[in-house]
Design a binder for this molecule. Sequence first.
Ligand code: SAM
Length: 232
Amino acid sequence: MDRQLFIDEVKKLNVDLTEKMLEQLNRYYELLVEWNSKINLTAITEKHEVYLKHFYDSLTLCKVIDLNSEESLCDIGTGAGFPGIVLKICFPHLRLTLVDALNKRINFLKLVCEELGLDNVECIHARAEEYALKNRDLFDIVTARAVAPLNILLEYSIPLVKVSKYFIALKGIEDINESKNALKILNCNIITEEKFLLPIEGSNRTIIKIEKAGNTPGKYPRRFAEIKKKPL
Ligand code: SAM
């Protein structure tokens, strides 16, 4: 995806990119490639592919929510910063929290925030389900891309969401029927399931927007070993 196509496609998502944002994305790309040779961050390194499969793909979250009206966003299992860093660049007013279980990725993200001058970003080295124990009902939006099956992801993320706000999962192909039990137990509902194809290469994407309808029962999230042994 070249620069102009990226700008045009992102515009269709109702995101207007400024020169500053484009410069920040370019610097982010440079840092990603530079640090990828030292620590494993991504298998995708060609510029046009990063712009399509990481940058554009991260922004597709805007298909289901207007982030201009939201204050706080938490990206769990953010890895090299997708979708969190891209969303922060394009919506600089957001209070962003990035959570990942791998400290080397968290250190990379701290460096990216410093280099790009991103403020109001917290980079947390933790497992999401452990972070959620002490940070319940905190965020307007919680999101995750490529982290776990939806039923498991719901247990990690729903406790972090404010009541009446949203968890938004960025997925490939997902069978939401397998998460019915988790949705019921965790007191949440699917609001939108948006299926589309990524431009140019045409791979399947599903964005699932879930509302936290009421409080999460106190026993969730459980410890990882239990979640793994008996997923909801
Ligand atoms: N979201 C990024 C993306 O789409 O490029 C990274 C995806 S990568 C496949 C999965 C990431 O989730 C890894 O960085 C891993 O350390 C992190 N992860 C997996 N389970 C996690 C958990 N329970 N809590 C926090 N991070 C987790």
